[in-house]
Design a protein around this ligand. Structure first.
Ligand code: HEM
Length: 100
């Protein structure tokens, strides 16, 4: 019998000891120096919390890092591409309200 995945739902609110995803601790270290320096020239400051915590900017950044149907991610050009876990962590950071 199919379970529709309802058993996968996590009761996160009952685990208050789990810290929320933090930009400084968890997200900022995912960017390499070369990512930051190249993108800064395009006005995309991957290491700047103020820039990254703007949902428009964060969504664009995540879009470039994410695989598309038949093609690899746009960024970083040629890879190494972010893993599914890294992409999920970024999305979790967004969903948890862009904690610094
Ligand atoms: C809104 C988000 C982004 C936009 C619009 C964007 C756009 C661009 C553009 C136009 C270039 C120049 C391409 C070229 O001349 O070959 C570039 C280069 C680059 N981008 Fe991005 N990018 C974004 C996000 C990112 C992210 C999230 C990363 C890494 C985590 C990244 C890493 C790089 C690197 C390393 C280069 C230089 C590649 C090279 O010169 O070999 N970019 N990006």
């Amino acid at each position: 019998m199919q379970t529709e995945g309802e058993h996968m739902i996590k009761k996160q609110s009952k685990h208050e000891e789990a810290p929320k995803v933090s930009f400084a601790r968890d997200i900022r270290p995912l960017f390499r120096d070369v990512d930051i320096s190249h993108m800064e020239a395009h006005g995309i400051t991957l290491d700047d919390y103020a820039f990254m915590s703007d949902p428009d900017n964060a969504n664009k950044v995540l879009g470039t890092l994410s695989p598309r149907e038949d093609e690899p991610p746009v960024m970083p050009p040629g890879g190494p591409y972010w893993t599914p876990d890294q992409l999920a962590l970024f999305a979790q950071w967004q969903n948890e309200g862009y904690q610094p």
